[in-house]
Design a protein around this ligand. Sequence first.
Ligand code: 4NP
Length: 165
Amino acid sequence: MSSEPIGVMFFCLGNICRSPLAEALFRYHVEQRDLGHHFRIDSSGTGSYHVGEPPDPGSVRVARERLGLDISGQRAQQLASSHLRDFDYVVAMDRSNFSNAKRLRGSEQANLLLFRDFEPDEYHRGDDVPDPWGGGADHFETVYEIVDRCAESFLDYLCAEEGLG
Ligand code: 4NP
């Protein structure tokens, strides 16, 4: 097996609500399986509106309440062509942002995926992770539930694909 870590980039629009949770929950599941040294995990947004900002308070709260994780140190960044080249898996939270990423230079060569293609609930496979921005705590709870189960299922896929665990 290569000693290079596997690069996984999660992205949404603002990189303050959904993809920070995907980054944190995917890392949590990776660490639960003692696979941290195999991965390089990051998140970004296709928009630039929130670059440099910490995650939305709704995402910070749900990560702390549900899993005791502190994600307040994350800072939003914009998805760039260089990420498409430098990460092995570049994973969109919804179809609209998947389309945005397709417009970036180098997207033809990138391994662009839709997160909910790994949805264990087949009734919702291929759906968007709904945008909770501006919504109440219940919106962030819903996102947490979706992201948590899809992160674990995506990790199952990667372990099979990369021969880990
Ligand atoms: P995210 O949520 O893409 O999950 O980070 C949003 C954050 C900001 C905006 C939209 C969605 N916005 O329009 O500023």
